[in-house]
Design a protein around this ligand. Structure first.
Ligand SMILES: NC(=O)c1ccc[n+]([C@@H]2O[C@H](COP(=O)([O-])OP(=O)(O)OC[C@H]3O[C@@H](n4cnc5c(N)ncnc54)[C@H](OP(=O)(O)O)[C@@H]3O)[C@@H](O)[C@H]2O)c1
Length: 339
């Protein structure tokens, strides 16, 4: 049987909110979709397609990848390449696609960290896997203390000059190094479009490091990843650990996180969300979108229903002072500030 050709929803831009990325010409949807989990070789192509189509049909035109997403390395990009062939090729110019290199990808000294050799080779591999001529944004995925920052940044500049990426981004740099990197890039007319960091009601690190404010000062868009703290900030774990959840299946979210203190805070936040007519996941995303310094939140998902829920966050991003105060009080015992 021939699969029906994908045709995007005509009203796809009607309900999404778009924000300008720092001092740039680019606007991005306040909700973006990340392909770290649930889009690789452990997932069915049927579900991958259903989630990607649903996202794009509802205004999510920014897809965030990395060389090693899957969780089996490379497989999220491979599946994205399949999506390009089956569905998205006619819409390429409507899509903002990002990928990254910086964490481990292949064995030996050239498959990790921030050398020019790794970044250049990795992007070439990513383009082949995703069946793309260029990505919209290429990130240095983390700061490498053993590579001169000039080498990593010049690789990003040259990648743009080669036409393999239109813009560059950084993720997980210490604030002083991010400042140096932003200045290096700007001086070479390749300003950093996006800075990606974990930021949510629980993890407040970018507030403590000053990175959110640094991004504002430098005209770089601050984009939050793991806005639900990998699913903790949702109803997923309020009554145990579901067998199909990330906590049960993957190594990055540990059951030890579900302390009595955490459960108490999540239950309180869940009740507050209900008073606002939202799910906890919606409220957690609305809280981030409410902060005008945050350009966008990159959500993960394992089902279309979760994406549908998360999109509702855009409908109610107003908070009363009382609600903000209550969120502070309830989350205070579980807040993290990594420095
Ligand atoms: N730059 C970096 O270093 C870096 C690091 C991490 C992530 N990222 C980016 O950020 C993206 C998002 O990260 P993340 O997946 O950790 O984000 P997240 O949104 O915090 O967590 C996503 C998980 O939360 C659960 N979930 C989502 N919506 C839900 C809902 N409405 N109700 C109940 N549960 C819900 C799902 O868990 P289940 O799977 O259990 O259903 C889903 O897989 C990644 O894909 C990647 O693009 C970047």
């Amino acid at each position: 049987m021939i699969a029906p050709v994908y045709s995007a929803n005509e009203g796809r831009y009607d309900s999404m909110l778009y924000r300008r990325c720092g001092r740039s010409g680019i606007q991005i949807p306040v909700v973006a979709l990340g392909l770290w989990h649930n889009f690789g070789s452990h997932s069915t192509m049927e579900n991958v397609k259903a989630m990607a189509h649903y996202a794009f049909d509802n205004g999510i035109c920014h897809f965030d990848l990395a060389n090693n997403y899957g969780p089996e390395y490379g497989t999220a990009e491979e599946n994205f390449g399949r999506l390009m062939d089956s569905s998205f090729r006619p819409y390429r110019d409507e899509l903002l696609i990002s990928t990254k290199a910086g964490w481990d990808m292949w064995p030996g000294p050239y498959g990790n960290f921030g050398s020019r050799k790794y970044l250049m080779a990795s992007l070439d591999q990513s383009l082949r896997r995703m069946k793309l001529d260029y990505v919209d944004v290429f990130y240095s995925h983390r700061y490498d203390p053993n590579t001169p920052i000039e080498e990593t940044m010049q690789a990003l500049v040259d990648i743009v000059k080669q036409g393999k990426a239109l813009y560059v981004g950084l993720s997980r740099y210490p604030a002083d190094k991010a400042r140096e990197a932003f200045d290096y890039l700007a001086a070479r007319d390749v300003p950093c479009l996006l800075y990606q960091d974990r930021y949510n009601i629980i993890d407040r690190t970018p507030q403590s490091t000053g990175l959110i404010d640094l991004c504002k000062e430098k005209g770089t868009g601050f984009i939050s990843f793991s806005p639900l703290q990998q699913g903790l900030l949702s109803n997923r774990y309020l009554n145990g650990i579901p067998a199909d959840s990330r906590m049960a299946k993957a190594k990055f979210l540990k059951p030890e996180m579900l302390t009595p203190e955490m459960m108490k805070a999540l239950t309180g936040l869940n009740s507050l969300a209900a008073e606002r007519g939202q799910t906890l996941a919606e409220m957690a995303l609305s809280w981030l979108i409410h902060d005008q310094r945050v350009v966008s939140v990159i959500i993960g998902a394992s089902s279309v229903a979760q994406i549908a829920d998360n999109l509702k966050a855009v409908e109610n991003t107003a908070f009363t002072e009382d609600e903000i105060r209550k969120i502070e009080e309830l989350s205070a015992p579980i807040q993290m500030h990594h420095l």
